[in-house]
Design a protein around this ligand. Structure first.
Ligand SMILES: [Zn+2]
Length: 274
């Protein structure tokens, strides 16, 4: 298996919030000083003839890092060939789930949002969800109960769906899409992360979970393209961090400043209303 190497000057995951704000043409959260990825906006403009995004679905599978793309290129080929943009990004230090998703959805670093280790307090600073609500967008978060995403974005005027595990999350998200009520849906899955900690990042169980996450993205993409076809829409594949094999423990882990943990890939697709 090939190893991942250091890459210079990657944008980091704080760019997700300003990029989505730009795509929706809404103001970013006041504390977000991070810049949008202009290339993403340019490609959206090209595909949508400069029209604004009306509906977005973000699929966030936990711990799917760039390292997996290098080790299992065949499995990721479908993502590379069936999305409009693939973007290499750096995660946050430490690469722990609540730290990373707090940064991704506030557009700020841990010094600003305050989550610097594995803990799940409700975030007090403005998030992407707050600015979406302020712009009259209806927002839903569908996540596994008690996961970071389920907990740190609470106490906002959005709808929270806490499900027992990934399959239930999928079923709930598909039924919400069918109702065509929400403008923005964040969907979180965690099986790969659970498996890498239990076994290792490349075990059969972890590999099967990884493949299920890739497949889930396409399940949501196909559904979205049916139920949201009259809207200008987007889908984003947005994991939080990667993982490595801890040789001493023999299990997978993450949280170190190494390429396996820090480098991830996001995929964007845009579709014009029909
Ligand atoms: Zn995670």
């Amino acid at each position: 298996m090939k190893d991942i190497a250091y890459i210079n000057n990657l944008p980091d995951i704080t760019s997700v919030t300003p990029t989505i704000c730009e795509l929706f043409q809404i103001p970013r959260p006041p504390q977000c000083k991070s810049r949008e990825i202009t290339e993403v906006v340019k490609i959206k403009n090209k595909i949508l003839n400069s029209k604004t995004i009306q509906k977005a679905l973000i699929y966030a599978p936990d711990a799917i890092g760039m390292d997996l793309h290098i080790k299992f290129p065949t499995e990721f080929n479908i993502l590379q060939t069936n999305t409009h943009i693939q973007l290499e990004l750096k995660s946050m230090i430490p690469a722990k789930t609540p730290v990373c998703f707090a940064s991704m959805f506030t557009g700020t670093t841990p010094d600003n949002h305050g989550i610097k280790k594995y803990e799940k307090p409700v975030l007090k600073i403005d998030t992407l969800f707050d600015v979406l609500v302020q712009s009259q967008k209806k927002v839903a978060i569908v996540a596994v109960k008690d996961s970071s995403i389920d907990k740190i974005f609470r106490e906002r005027s959005i709808d929270y769906y806490s499900e027992s595990y990934d399959n239930e999350v999928t079923q709930k998200a598909l039924s919400l899409l069918d109702k065509d009520y929400y403008d923005f849906i964040l969907i979180y899955h965690q099986e790969y992360d659970d498996q890498l900690h239990k076994t290792n990042p490349y075990s059969d169980q972890a590999f099967a979970a990884m493949k299920r996450h890739i497949h889930s993205f396409f399940t949501f993409k196909e559904k979205m393209n049916v139920v949201w076809k009259k809207y200008n829409r987007m889908i984003l594949f947005a994991p939080d961090h990667g993982a490595h094999l801890d040789l001493e423990k023999g299990n997978g882990d993450h949280g170190l400043n190494i390429p396996e943990d820090m480098y991830i890939k996001h995929y964007y697709s845009f579709y014009e209303n029909e």
